[in-house]
Design a protein around this ligand. Structure first.
Ligand code: S3P
Length: 428
């Protein structure tokens, strides 16, 4: 499928975005491990989160959908059954890594795989600590790539220092920690998103958080909950940047998750000169939410590095588009993790933005963008990566003439309906 975008005069209106991807995955997982019924409103019906549902159904969990509400009938920590077939995580790194943590603690054998992109992504970062806890793994490259065979078993609690700030890694260990005796502790170099810690508490687990350290007490009694998933700030990001780079724009996105471990993009866009106002602040299922209004203007270049990186890691492709339009130089550093996402996002962004005429230089851990030169509409590709596809569509709004994004069906991974929401705010 191709997505065609034309240069627009401005973007105006009030919209909402689908539920948060990270929170949706965790809600089904913890719902399955809790006792009793969990009801999830505003669950993200994107391909990734549907993969999580499919995997848990394959382990005997009753999951149904009615009027947009997902109901999970949890059977408690010991309630999963040995799957009869290979569990397919599709494109979803969160499904694979968090599930590996859960499977590590099961008294059964399982095999996990994923699509071509996921089968290339590093799993050794999770199998190393999970093996220390007592699980067994077999797979290509010494058990570091999917497909992986998992021999779960009795786990022991560990204190683990992660080499990278990764919420998937932290969460995988905390999930395994639920099945271990005693307290499992994860220490990160920089704090990553904390949705697992928040949701574990909501379900009744004992969680301790101190700076970059998170701990969970094993063998808790988790109880089914009623949750509402906030709008995904990583999906809102495309409209935040779109409105910021097209002068005269005024867009409000309602009900967006504003978790401080996720909201780095708001700080960066403000630093670059966008006007951002937040109203209707509240708390939804243990997560801060609010309406975000953004007004466009003249943006200026900035430096994005250090501790803020994990707080905006998924937004870097679209922030690169903001940097391309901004006056002056923008430097992204300390973001080598981008090289092991759904695609190598540094190479993909550099290759695609160059097609718009943007001066962009790849670095091992980031990129340098000389912004301010007019963008020219082009034919570009998503590289089979949802966020690259949407980022290039946003670039098309600010580029002369017409832009075609090829392989755009991949956007359904995290944002079904993206094109319609975008078209609803375009003023031609
Ligand atoms: C996610 C964590 C991040 C992020 C991904 C979702 C999660 O990955 O990029 O889209 O739900 O925990 P890492 O943990 O690899 O940084």
């Amino acid at each position: 499928m191709e997505l065609t975008v034309k240069q627009c005069r401005s973007l105006r209106g009030r919209i909402s975005v689908p539920g948060d991807k990270s929170i949706s995955h965790r809600a089904v997982m913890l719902g399955a491990l809790a006792r009793g019924k969990t009801e999830i409103s505003n669950y993200l019906m994107g391909e990734d989160c549907l993969s999580t549902i499919k995997c848990f159904k394959a382990m005997g969990v009753d999951i149904s959908e009615n009027n947009g509400v997902i109901t999970v009938q949890g059977g408690g920590l010991q309630g999963l059954k040995e799957p009869e077939d290979v569990l397919d995580c599709g494109n979803s790194g969160t499904t694979a890594r968090l599930l590996l943590g859960i499977l590590a603690g099961q008294p059964f054998f399982s095999v996990l795989t994923g699509d071509q992109s996921l089968r290339r992504r590093p799993m050794g970062r999770v199998t190393t600590p999970l093996a220390q806890m007592g699980a067994g793994f077999a797979g290509r490259k010494q058990g570091t790539l999917l497909p992986l065979a998992v021999r779960g078993g009795k786990l022991k609690a560990i204190h683990y220092k992660t080499p990278v700030a990764s919420a998937q890694l932290k969460s995988s260990i905390l999930m395994a920690g639920l099945f271990a005796g005693g307290k499992t502790v994860v220490e990160e170099p920089v704090k990553s998103r904390d949705h697992t810690e928040r949701m574990l508490q909501l379900f009744g687990a004992r969680v301790e958080v101190d700076g970059c350290t998170a701990a969970v007490q094993g063998q808790p009694e988790l109880t089914g909950q009623k949750l509402t998933v906030p709008g995904d700030i990583s999906s809102a990001a495309f409209f935040l940047v779109a409105a910021a780079i097209v002068p005269g724009s005024d867009v409000t996105i309602e009900g967006v998750g504003l978790n401080p471990t996720r909201n780095g993009i708001l700080e960066v866009l403000q630093n670059m000169g966008a006007r951002i106002d937040i109203t209707n602040r509240g708390l939804e299922s243990g997560e801060p939410v609010g309406d975000v209004r953004v007004r466009g203007g003249m943006l200026k270049g900035t430096v994005i590095d250090g501790d803020i990186i994990p707080r905006l890691i998924d937004e870097i492709p679209v922030l690169a588009v903001a940097a391309a339009v901004a006056q002056g130089k923008t430097i992204f550093r300390d973001a080598a993790e981008l090289r092991v996402k759904e695609t190598d996002r540094i190479a993909a962004v550099a290759g695609e933005l160059a097609k718009f005429g943007v001066k962009i230089e790849e670095q091992p851990d980031g990129m340098i963008i000389e912004g301010g030169k007019p963008l020219t509409g082009t034919v570009c590709t998503s590289h089979g990566d949802h966020r690259i596809g949407m980022a290039m569509a946003v670039a098309g709004l600010a580029a002369s003439g017409k832009t075609v994004v090829q392989d755009a069906e991949i956007i359904n991974i995290s944002f079904p309906g993206f094109e319609n929401v975008l078209k609803s705010i375009i003023v031609e």
